[in-house]
Design a binder for this molecule. Structure first.
Ligand SMILES: Cc1c2[nH]c(c1CCC(=O)O)Cc1[nH]c(c(CCC(=O)O)c1C)Cc1[nH]c(c(CCC(=O)O)c1C)Cc1[nH]c(c(C)c1CCC(=O)O)C2
Length: 347
């Protein structure tokens, strides 16, 4: 396992390793982004993928929440969809609408357009960004690398755009399971190489985002998602701590804990006590504040954050939202979330 003795604020890594911490560490999913005026300024000048592909811009955006909000960990500014792009699919990001893949995968012929790429050649800009970020962070806080889970990436690669149900992606899995498994395995192989290269460039931990894991039953989640996540965790876990966040897949917290991951992300639809019961004692839980609750009045946010901290208890918890921060959250409300965690004491 990688050493991190050069990191000054190591609360987050300590919590992931299961060590006691003097207070609960805190960061927010999607913390680098649209609720920050400093980010919007950069967005006015450069397209989304320009922001991702220019290491200086990715670095500046990654550092913004560290400097402005004071979180205990930085997360690389990038997107899960750079992987389908590197695998050969065109990916566009339409402002105010979200991702669009104009030529999605529908048949076995379409699969011929997809490859397991050389990640150094196709995603080198991500590793350059990580090296620059590590240099600029200068050990202030650890850096989280990330990737989408194979199932969540398949959702976009097959459906071609965002969806509430991803019915076409599920139909693809149910109608031609061998083809689905071939694609899931290609994404898995790419993701393992991609995350290993992120770690080699300096990422201190990696998080796997399975944003659409909750669309499956427990049984189908194992078949179409968890068996691939398991491969990724197994390939990475001896190098850095791994966090698995499968939104909505509360039924499989126990199985996810068995993968060897150090941390599990949980959303707000499961109580901390219940999540702990399912996941067992040997893993760190990360979450689970409802992102929409940051729209409440400030005193209410303070009260609710305190309640959440007590429910999780002092150890093996990383305070976070239960999903990404919403774009219409005021910066001072985001700061109250972080400050309330930092000021709280169990004594
Ligand atoms: C499903 C998913 C995507 N991307 C991601 C996920 C998994 C996590 C989740 O479920 O929220 C992950 C992601 N996307 C982005 C990050 C950056 C790091 C961070 O601050 O967390 C991370 C970790 C930047 C981004 N990725 C995107 C933006 C917004 C583009 C902009 O307005 O600048 C940012 C800052 C675009 C994006 N990218 C994606 C969508 C659906 C959208 C559009 C809608 C949205 O913004 O949520 C795909």
């Amino acid at each position: 396992m990688k050493q991190d003795s050069n990191i000054k604020n190591d609360l987050f890594l300590k919590a992931l390793r299961g060590e006691n911490t003097k207070r609960t560490p805190v960061w927010m999913m999607r913390q680098a982004g649209r609720y920050l005026p400093e980010y919007i300024k950069i967005r006015e000048k450069y397209s989304f993928f320009e922001r991702c592909q220019t290491p200086e811009l990715a670095c500046e955006i990654t550092l913004q929440p560290v400097d402005i909000i004071g979180v205990d960990a930085a997360i690389l500014f990038s997107d899960i969809l750079v992987v389908p792009q590197a695998m050969g699919l065109e990916v566009q990001l339409i402002e105010k609408q979200g991702p669009l893949l104009p030529n999605p995968i529908k048949t076995d012929v379409d699969l011929n357009r997809v490859r397991v790429p050389n990640v150094e050649e196709t995603l080198g800009y991500v590793f350059d960004a990580i090296k620059l970020i590590k240099q600029e962070l200068n050990g202030r806080v650890p850096l989280i690398g990330f990737a989408g889970a194979p199932w969540t990436l398949l959702c976009y690669m097959v459906q071609g755009k965002g969806s509430k149900t991803f019915d076409e992606a599920k139909a693809f899995c149910y109608q031609n399971p061998p083809l689905a498994h071939q694609l899931l395995q290609m994404i898995t192989d790419t993701t393992i190489a991609y995350l290993k290269a992120q770690v080699a460039a300096g990422a201190d931990t990696v998080q796997i985002f399975d944003s659409w894991g909750g669309l499956w039953s427990k049984q189908d989640f194992e078949i179409f998602s968890l068996q691939y996540i398991r491969q990724i965790v197994a390939a990475l876990k001896d190098e850095v701590p791994v966090i698995v966040f499968a939104k909505g897949a509360w039924h499989s917290l126990g199985e996810m804990a068995q993968t060897g991951a150090n941390g599990l992300g949980i959303d707000w639809c499961i109580e901390p006590e219940m999540a702990r019961k399912f996941a067992g004692d040997n893993i760190t839980l990360q979450g689970n504040f409802d992102p929409a609750k940051l729209l409440s009045p400030i005193p209410e946010i303070k009260k609710e954050v305190t309640k959440m901290l007590r429910a999780f208890g002092p150890n093996r918890h990383i305070a976070n939202l239960g999903h990404g921060i919403l774009p219409n959250v005021a910066v001072d409300h985001a700061r109250v979330f972080v400050d309330t965690v930092k000021e709280f004491s169990f004594n």
